[in-house]
Design a protein around this ligand. Structure first.
Ligand code: HEM
Length: 102
């Protein structure tokens, strides 16, 4: 089962963040128009990858990630088949959630 989409993975993300901070809700436009930070969308979540990119910490390289700044990287993140460790690492970057139109 795809862990990014599965409830278990999402609940890990929720649990990891709920007690620490109130997640800000973003529209996709707000993520796209952010000027201060490098934000990417993975699943329902908004990740701040500013330092990850700036400090060249992504094992897959900064460029592949940088091309998704302001955009939805879910498909690429999943297609790469990232390890559980990578998914856990992604949790640390969560700063918000996508406000889906109802
Ligand atoms: C945003 C959060 C992301 C995190 C925390 C992350 C983390 C990682 C980690 C830890 C690895 C090492 C292999 C593994 O453990 O699976 C990796 C590899 C890789 N990542 Fe990411 N990644 C992210 C996003 C992306 C995105 C959006 C792409 C888009 C294409 C991408 C492309 C790759 C590629 C191509 C590799 C393979 C590098 C290689 O084996 O030569 N990653 N990533």
């Amino acid at each position: 089962m795809d862990l990014v989409k599965s409830n278990s993975y999402l609940s890990v993300m929720e649990d990891n963040n709920s007690d620490k901070k109130q997640l800000r809700l973003f529209t996709r436009d707000e993520v796209n128009q952010e000027k201060e930070r490098a934000l990417v969308i993975v699943g329902k979540f908004v990740l701040d990858v500013t330092d990850f990119i700036r400090n060249s910490l992504h094992p897959g390289g900064s460029d592949v990630l940088a091309q998704f700044i302001g955009l939805d990287a879910t498909g690429a993140f999943e297609a790469m088949g990232h390890s559980m460790r990578a998914k856990q690492q992604a949790l640390q970057f969560v700063v918000g959630k996508i406000l889906e139109k109802s």
